[in-house]
Design a protein around this ligand. Structure first.
Ligand code: FAD
Length: 344
């Protein structure tokens, strides 16, 4: 758990953790009896949010998360929130702190393995329209955190702005793309970021230039403890037809090289600039390795696919087995690119 108690469930940069150790400090819902009446501690947060937030904000309890992730595994969010606007988001973050509940931001769930016991505390999703607007201002794009990366690529294409083609095939949101510094085909998110508007855990809003936000390979550490609300991206003028042709080429490459079954994209980070995790696993003959209904893809060895009805336990068991085999055969300690969150 981070110092601010804001996110939990992964190590600093995504390696698999021991949940029993890592989550000792997380306050989770516990049921107990008072007379004949079961009381659920933890639901107090949902009640507080319903009392405090505007009625347009969506608050639910025990919201299933498998359908909200691309891998389609995992349990439920103890409290689920789609805030109507920034004021409600700020109030919710403050309420979660008061109730000593952890907060997790869920984008489009395309880089996550949610454990089977779900995510305790508050899970916030910025999918409402107030957080998902996309506007073009000259050579700049103003993007809400909830907007789809694919939509960013397409609005840029229509506006004749080049550079964003690589975003077309990444099935995430702007918020998740910023947090992960998503990249493909030689491009990455922070190459284009001018400003990020973010919210601190105490509800304070800051607008920071990219020069003040460190971004590295598949990570923007500043967003471990802050919520990305929006970003301004700057493109280069380009010909819409040429941009479309480049997007089509990228997509064709993806169709050839990536599986069509549910997945969370690349499971492991590349161990080095010259060594791709996919090639390494392929060389070790791990394609097709199965655990329950989870399988190392036979199309791309760095993808684990859900063959239908896999549990997070299947996926995590397979990740462990692959990591063990790589360690034994090559002495390499793989790090996960996907984030493993929640409790068993
Ligand atoms: C088929 C497939 C192909 C993929 N290809 C690529 C690729 O080419 N390149 C690549 O980089 N990735 C790829 N991915 C992985 C994934 O799409 C990216 O990492 C994406 O940026 C994740 O965005 P998301 O909205 O789904 O985030 P989520 O998976 O929901 O969350 C990821 C992280 O971002 C955090 N987060 C989400 N929203 C916010 C916010 N508003 N503020 C702060 N933190 C936030 C979450 O808490 C979590 O830590 C692929 C995934 C799939 C399934």
């Amino acid at each position: 758990m981070s110092a601010l108690g804001f996110q939990f469930g992964t190590t600093a940069e995504g390696a698999v953790i021991n949940p029993s150790k890592e989550q000792d400090s997380v306050v989770v819902s516990t049921c107990f009896l008072e007379g004949d009446r079961p009381l659920c501690r933890g639901t107090g947060l949902a009640a507080a949010l319903r009392d405090t937030l505007s009625p347009v904000s969506v608050v639910r309890e025990m919201e299933p998360l498998a359908r909200r992730t691309t891998l389609r595994v995992g349990g439920a969010a103890t409290v689920w929130l789609e805030p109507a606007h920034e004021a409600d988001l700020a109030a919710a973050l403050v309420a979660a702190r008061l109730h000593r509940q952890p907060v997790f931001l869920l984008g489009r769930g395309s880089n996550l393995v949610v454990r089977d016991g779900g995510i305790p505390g508050l899970v916030v999703c910025l999918s409402p329209p107030t957080f998902s607007a996309l506007t073009v201002e000259g050579d700049r794009l103003r993007c809400g955190a909830g907007a789809r990366l694919k939509d960013v690529a397409n609005i840029a294409r229509r506006a004749g702005l080049a550079g964003f083609e690589f975003l077309d095939g990444i099935p995430g949101s702007v918020g998740g793309g910023l947090r992960m510094n998503a990249g493909a085909m030689g491009g990455w998110m922070f190459e284009f970021v001018e400003w990020v508007r973010l919210m601190e855990p105490d509800g304070q809003i800051l607008t920071l230039p990219a020069s003040e936000i460190a971004a590295e390979y598949r990570s923007c550490p500043r967003l471990r403890t802050a919520v990305a609300l929006a970003a301004v991206l700057r493109g280069k003028p380009g010909d819409p037809d040429a941009i479309k042709a480049s997007m089509d080429r990228n997509n064709a490459r993806r169709w050839e090289s990536q599986p069509s079954q549910p997945s969370a994209g690349c499971i492991f980070k590349n161990p080095g600039p010259e060594l791709s995790a996919g090639r390494l696993l392929d060389e070790l003959g791990l394609k097709g390795l199965k655990r329950g209904q989870a399988m190392v893809s036979d199309v791309h060895a760095n993808f684990i696919v859900n063959l239908g009805g896999a549990s997070a336990g299947d996926v995590l068991g397979l990740i462990e087995e692959v990591s063990d085999r790589v360690r034994c055969a090559r002495g390499i300690e793989l790090q996960t690119e996907v984030e493993i969150v929640g409790r068993d």
